[in-house]
Ligand binder design. Sequence first.
Ligand SMILES: *Cc1c(COP(=O)(O)O)cnc(C)c1O
Length: 461
Amino acid sequence: MKYISTRDNSKEYSFEDVFIKGLADDGGLFIPKEVKKYSTEELKSLSSLGYQDLAKEIIYPFIGDFMTVNELSDIVDKSYSVFRKDNVVDLIKLGDTKILELFHGPTLAFKDIAMQLLGNFYEHYLKKNNKNINVVVATSGDTGAAAIDAIKGKKNMNIFVLHPHEKVSLVQRKLMSTVKEKNVFNIAIEGNFDDCQNLVKSMFADKEFSNSINMSGVNSINWARIIAQAVYYFYTYFQVHDKRPINFSVPTGNFGDVYAGYLSKKMGLPINKFIVATNKNDILHRAISNGNYEAESVSETNSPSMDIQIASNFERLIYDLNDCDDDETTKIMHGIKKKGKYIISKDKMEKINKDFLSTSMSEKEILKTIKEVHTKYDIVLDPHSAIGFGSLDKVNLEGNNIVLATAHPCKFPEAIDKSIGIKSELPDELKYVMGEKENYDIVSNNLSKTQQYIKEKIKWN
Ligand SMILES: *Cc1c(COP(=O)(O)O)cnc(C)c1O
């Protein structure tokens, strides 16, 4: 499969370029030149596969020139052997609604599903090309832990994770900062998540710096993450489909997870609607309901992994809305950078609303949802998943509704305690983390200071 950039679709890239670079040199996001569309018969032939075998089928067409079928098969099996469920994910029923639990990986959030695969993709690439790299990534809490777990101890690579100082939960931080492998570096930036993300973007844009350290990124714009996430939409569809339309409610920050769902629909999976469920950092809700994509300042909430005002993956949708016009997309993205906003026209809103609905939940509503679900079904949802669940009530959509549960409740014990007065405990095999010594450095929100810190830490062992 060949890839192009949303800001210049005349130049072609291989999957290897796309995976290692993350972002195109023109600042655009990578997307496939063409997406394979499955017929009804083809979908039927995939419908009885187990999760791992399905992942191999879905992913291979996207990466074909990067590795052989057998190599991918080994990597998928290895990546998902560390999950606590045989089929990676779990589906549970709460009344008429289904919950897709995506948090059974090593760091208790859905990000493990893509990240474990990426770690092994890197290993394959570095061995084949005899190279070394430094992964630098910004996190609002969950990406960092998932990336560290996937990369820790791997040869010829280091990982640097920038998290917003004192703005991630204690469990989130412990899962990152207690890892002992020598190739893992945690940096607490004195700022918010968007500051961390801007630092990483600036480091990539500084070619002298990024080339000098062989910098690579695993942020949610990395296409390899999107295809790994598309798999669970297929898997779930095959598990639950009946005669009713199928809708997915997706707790959303960077628009990565829900974009993966949209990709699966573009690949022919007959999904009705995606609900873009946000907390009070609701830029995407304002965009999808009113056409007003305008960044405001970030508020801290009890769903910190969604405390984002710049939804990086949204550019991929903007490209589609503008009929794959790369010049127009570039213009819009420059406008967003300069004026902080993009007003979406009426005809484009009609297009968006064919696939997407949206909601925003207040802190109070989130805690109330956790409580209601607990009382009614004896299940504890984490605050992010509760946003997905509560959003269904708000949009009142008929059909077969599935909520993505993106994190284990034990990652956010304060919110759970506040809502239902229960101490949500870590799974036994992770309890030790809370007592381990932490290792992270606090660095000011400053590009050259952060670059200097990284340069000083790099040594190849
Ligand atoms: C990252 C994250 C999200 C948001 O996912 P996006 O792909 O950024 O939209 C939601 N919930 C949890 C728990 C997360 O870690």
